[in-house]
Design a protein around this ligand. Structure first.
Ligand code: PEP
Ligand code: MN
Length: 365
């Protein structure tokens, strides 16, 4: 499913690019003073070169503050003039695109609520037309890689070659400390399929609170993401939107100083040691697969035996006992309960399928 994309490398279109790229600014532009002051403080942080602000705010229910609209674009222009920061705003329809481009916005982004709809993505792409403007594409609200990829492919096929992806987490029903579950495996898979597209993280919308932001950024950078888009406000407790997840520019500066920037590869000695450890992993994986194959062979034997004796496949009492015992053993060995449960679930599902296959076989046993 790997898409064929035609992408201009970010270094070629974003002169201020450096790893990690830092984009910051308020969730929403609220007043001219707030925009100008936030931008001025951010411009003092050397890593921040792009200023973000929501002008049209997608809200779950009507009646809440829905953004200042077009007049906010003038404040952004003034902020750019005074600080030199590049500008990015969210666009959700062709009118937003036209107004943003009329006001010299440098980069557009498509939000999580818009990317789910191919009609909207198509209309936005058409409104941009042949203006070679960069676009950042957030993941959709639901954990659906295909829709995210689809948005990227659609815009690329419409001629947009300066693209970036933003990981902002996914709506999730389970209780979780995050506002939007990070589900890191999804952005990792996007990176694997589209290595040419820079991928940045939006820790603000993933976390929904200030406390989790720093470890979330660190994790993203450790996963080789290329930067962050983070919400900042001169007075977060007074913010009109997303006040629990916004931090001050000063807090951002402190956070950036705490980040550990790891290299993708080290020197010869490091590589040798890594190679040793990796060959140990390879050996263990082989053993693991061998054990799993042997376990499945025994499961098949059990299936045959149950078939002959007309016994049901699923034996709940045995299954509950097994979970209990294995979790206990795993925890003693330093493995987490969640991991053991996930692993056993997968192994058990495969075992059940093997036994169903045995039951359905016609040939003599
Ligand atoms: C935002 O970045 O302000 C925003 C609305 O984000 P999302 O589309 O990720 O919810
Ligand atoms: Mn927000």
């Amino acid at each position: 499913m790997s898409p064929t994309l035609d992408i201009v490398p970010i270094e070629n279109w974003l002169p201020v690019f450096q790893q990690p790229l830092v984009i910051s600014g308020p969730c929403s532009a609220e007043t001219e003073k707030q925009v100008i002051e936030t931008a001025a403080e951010l411009a003092r942080i050397p890593q921040v070169r792009i200023f973000r602000a929501g002008i049209w705010k997608p809200r779950t229910r009507p009646g809440a503050f829905e953004g200042v609209g077009k007049k906010g674009l003038k404040w952004l222009q003034k902020a750019k003039l005074e600080t030199g920061l590049l500008l990015t705003v969210e666009v959700a329809n062709p009118k937003h695109v036209r107004e943003a481009l009329d006001h010299g916005i440098d980069i557009l982004w498509i939000g999580a609520r818009t990317i789910v709809n191919p009609f909207s993505v198509q209309e936005i792409g058409e409104a941009i037309g042949n203006q070679n403007i960069p676009v950042m594409i957030k993941n959709p609200l639901n954990p659906d890689l295909k829709t995210w990829l689809g948005g990227i492919e659609r815009l690329n096929q419409m001629g947009l070659k300066k693209l970036m992806a933003i990981h902002r987490g996914f709506s999730f029903f389970n209780r979780s400390p995050y506002r939007n579950a990070p589900m890191w495996e999804i952005p990792i898979e996007l990176k694997r399929l589209c290595p040419e597209i820079p991928l940045i993280v939006d820790p603000s919308h993933i976390c929904g609170n200030r406390e989790l932001i720093l470890p979330t950024i660190q994790k993203a950078l450790d996963l080789e993401m290329n930067g962050i888009m983070i919400e900042t406000h001169i007075n977060p407790s007074k913010a009109l939107t997303d006040k629990n997840q916004q931090i001050t520019p000063l807090q951002l500066s402190d956070m950036l100083a705490k980040l550990i920037l790891r290299r993708e590869s080290g020197g010869v000695e490091f590589e040798q040691k890594l190679e040793e450890l990796r060959s140990e992993i390879d050996k263990l994986d082989e053993e693991l697969i061998d054990i799993l194959a042997r376990r499945m062979a025994v499961v098949k034997e059990i299936g045959k035996y149950k078939k002959v004796n007309k016994i049901t496949i699923l034996q709940l009492k045995r299954w509950n006992q097994l979970i209990h015992d294995r979790v206990e053993t795993g925890i003693k060995l330093g493995l987490s309960r969640e991991f053991i449960l996930k692993l056993l679930g997968t192994v058990h599902e495969e075992g059940i399928q093997r036994q169903i296959d045995v039951m359905n076989q016609d040939e003599p046993l």
